[in-house]
Design a protein around this ligand. Sequence first.
Ligand code: F6R
Length: 256
Amino acid sequence: MEVVICQDEEQVGAVAADRVIAQLHGRQTPVLGLATGSSPLNLYAELKRRAAAGDVDFAHALGFALDEYVGLDPKHPLSYRETILRTVVEPLGMNPDRVMVPNGFVADLAAAAEEYEEAMREAGGIDVQILGIGSNGHIGFNEPTSSFASRTRVKTLTQQTRDDNARFFAEDETVPTHCVTQGLGTIMDAHNLVMVASGPAKAEIVAAMIEGPVSAMCPASILQFHRRAFVIIDEAAAANLQYADYFRHVAANQPA
Ligand code: F6R
C-alpha cells in the first residue's frame, strides 16, 4: 500500500487525479470504477479540469459505479445513478450510455447483480477503482463483517451508515435500508485502487485500515492485500497514523 499525505483536501484531489490519469495512460477504452459520496468530489473536479486542458479524454471511457440503494427509483435525485450522472459523467464528458450503476430497482436483484459482474468481466475489469471510506471502514457498502470474497450483492446498511448518509436526504425522507454493492472480492479484482479520505472524522478508521490488523470488522483493511493500492489522505485524516513520518519520508525520497 502506498500512502501519500497531503496538506489539504484540494491537494488530495490533485494527487489522486495524477494517479488516476497515470494508470489510464495509453488505454483506448479506459474502465473507471466510480465512487459517490463527498470524498472524491475534489478528485472529480480536478479530473474535469485536466480533461478540459486536454490531459485526458473520458469520451470513450466505460464507468462502473460501486453501489446503489435498493428501492429508490433510479430517476430519484439521490439515487446513485443520478448522483454519478451529475457529479461525474457530465463534468468529465463521459458517455452516459457507457456508465453502469448496479440496479436496485428490479424484482430480481440477485440476477441483476450477476449481470453487473458479467458486464465488468466483459469490459476486461476495472483499470482504476476510485474509493472513499465510510466512518465504519466500509468500502462500497461492504459493511463490517462483509466477506472478503464477496461479489456484487444486496447488503443491509448499518444504522451508522444510514445516519452518515441522512445529511443528503430531506427530513421527511427515510434513508433506504438496503443497497446493492460491488463485493470486496469484486473491488479487489480492480487493477488499481485509488482511495481518498480527508478530515478528522476519518482519522481513526484510516489508521485502522492502514496500520490495523486485516479484519472483516474494518472491510477497507483488505486493501493491505492489493498489489496496487494508493491511499491519498490529508493531514487531518492522517492524524492517528503511527507511521505518518515514515510515509512523508517515503514520498520525499523517491528513488531516481
Ligand atoms: C459510495 C461508497 C461509500 C463512500 C463512503 C464515504 O459510493 O461507496 O463507500 O465512499 O461512505 O462517504 P463520504 O465520502 O461521503 O464520506
